[in-house]
Design a protein around this ligand. Structure first.
Ligand code: NAD
Length: 345
C-alpha cells in the first residue's frame, strides 16, 4: 500500500514523499510552480544515499523546470520526481506502478516525463496507473525519448556560444569534452561528430565510453580528468554539481555548454567563480530545453514541427550572453532574471 507524506517547503506548491515497502518504492515529487500551467518534469531514478539527498536534488530540478519552461516560452510550470534506487538493479514493474499511483494522487498537477535512469518503456508501465505521463512510446501514443530533441537544442546553443566567443558558429575542428555519454551525451556527441568536432569523453560506465571511442574515434579520459581537458567546449551531460569550487580552478575550456541539469553545486557563488576565470557558461536550462519542447509541442499542443521552437534556443542563448557581457553578470543570473520575469508577469 502506498503511503504519502506532504512536506511544506517554502517556494514550492507541493512536495510529496511516497513509500510502498511491498514494491520497495521510495520517491518524491516536487511541484515548484503551476502559475503558467501544469507542472512538468522528468522522473529521475538514482541510488541516492538517503531521502535528504534525494529531496535536495528534486527541489533544485523542479525549480529549474519552471525556469526552463518560462524562458522557452511554454505555458507549463515546473515539477520533478525522483525515485531512490539503482535503475540497473531496483527497477521493477511494481515499483513503476507505485510511481504511477503517486503521480495520480496529484490529479494532474504534475505531468511526468523521463529523466536519467528512466526510459520511455518504463513510462508505458507508469501510465498503467495514471494518464498524467508524457514521453511514453509510440505504441501508447507518446512522442517517445526526448533525448535527441534535447541534444539538438544543446547543439544549436553551442553554435550560438561559438559565434559569441569565436565570431563563427562552425563546430568543425572544435574540441569538445563530454562528461557522460548516456542518452543526451550520446546524441550530442553524434551531432558534434557529424559537424566535424573532435571529441573527448568520460563515463561512469566504461562500455559507454568505449562505444564513443569506437563510433567517433573519441579520446577516453578518466572521470576525474574530463573537466581538465584543454577544450573549446566542456559539455557536462551527466548529473549535476560538476561546476564547483574544486573543479572550476582546473577547467581549461573556453565555454561550458552541456545538457546536464543543475551544473553548479553552489548557484550563489560558483557562477561568479567561473566568470572570474573568463569562462563562458551557457545556462543549462536554456540549452537543454529541447526535450521539454518536444513533449509540450507534440503531446500538449499537438503540433508536428519542432524545429522553429528548438531554433529559438539559439536566440535565447544570444540574448542571455549579450546581456551578461553588457551587465558584467554571470549568464545564469541573467537567465534566472528573465525566467522569473516571465513566471511573475
Ligand atoms: P543518462 O542516465 O542516460 O546518462 C547519464 C550518463 O552519465 C550515464 O551514461 C552515466 O553513466 C554517466 N555518468 C553519471 N555520473 C557520471 C560522472 N560522474 N562522470 C561521468 N559520467 C557519469 O541520462 P540522460 O537522460 O542522458 O540525462 C543526462 C543529464 O541531462 C541529466 O542531468 C538530465 O537531467 C539532463 N537532461 C536530460 C534530458 C533528456 O532529454 N534526457 C533533458 C534535459 C536535461
Amino acid at each position: 500500500m502506498l503511503k504519502t507524506k506532504h512536506l511544506k517547503i517554502k517556494g514550492f506548491e507541493t512536495v510529496v514523499v511516497g513509500k510502498d515497502p511491498s514494491s520497495n518504492f521510495h520517491a518524491i515529487i516536487a511541484v515548484h510552480s503551476t502559475r503558467l500551467g501544469p507542472s512538468m518534469g522528468g522522473i529521475r531514478m538514482w541510488p541516492y544515499t538517503n531521502e535528504k539527498e534525494a529531496l535536495s536534488d528534486v527541489l533544485r530540478l523542479a525549480e529549474a523546470m519552471s525556469k526552463k519552461a518560462a524562458i522557452s516560452g511554454l505555458a507549463i510550470g515546473g515539477g520533478k520526481a525522483v525515485i531512490i534506487g539503482n535503475p540497473a538493479t531496483d527497477k521493477t514493474r511494481r515499483l513503476l506502478l507505485s510511481m504511477g499511483t503517486l503521480i495520480e494522487s496529484l490529479k494532474g498537477k504534475y505531468l511526468a516525463a523521463k529523466d536519467s535512469g528512466i526510459l520511455p518503456k518504463d513510462l508505458d508501465v507508469v501510465s498503467g496507473q495514471t494518464s498524467h505521463v508524457t514521453g511514453t512510446t509510440g505504441k501508447l501514443g507518446g512522442s517517445g525519448d526526448p533525448s535527441l530533441s534535447t541534444a539538438k537544442g544543446v547543439l544549436t546553443g553551442m553554435q550560438a556560444a561559438c559565434q559569441f566567443m569565436y565570431g563563427t558558429k562552425g563546430l568543425r575542428g572544435r574540441v569538445v569534452a563530454i562528461q557522460g555519454v548516456g542518452q543526451v551525451g550520446w546524441n550530442v556527441g553524434n551531432l558534434l561528430f557529424k559537424q566535424g568536432a573532435k571529441l573527448v569523453v568520460a563515463d561512469l560506465q566504461p562500455e559507454r565510453a568505449a562505444r564513443a571511442q569506437q563510433a567517433w574515434n573519441a579520446t577516453v579520459v578518466p572521470l576525474s580528468k574530463i573537466h581538465r581537458v584543454p577544450a573549446d567546449i566542456f559539455a557536462p551531460c551527466a548529473l549535476g554539481g560538476i561546476l564547483n569550487s574544486k573543479t572550476i580552478p582546473h577547467l581549461k575550456a573556453n565555454i561550458v555548454a552541456g545538457g546536464a541539469n543543475n551544473q553548479f553545486l553552489d548557484e550563489e557563488h560558483d557562477p561568479y567563480r567561473l566568470m572570474k576565470r573568463n569562462i563562458m557558461h551557457v545556462p543549462d536550462y536554456v540549452l537543454n530545453a529541447g526535450g521539454l519542447i518536444q513533449l509540450v509541442v507534440r503531446e500538449i499542443l499537438h503540433q508536428r514541427r519542432l524545429a522553429p521552437w528548438i531554433g529559438n534556443i539559439q536566440q535565447t542563448v544570444q540574448e542571455v550572453l549579450t546581456t551578461a557581457l553588457r551587465n558584467h553578470q554571470p549568464p545564469l543570473i541573467v537567465a534566472n532574471r528573465m525566467a522569473l520575469e516571465r513566471i511573475n508577469t
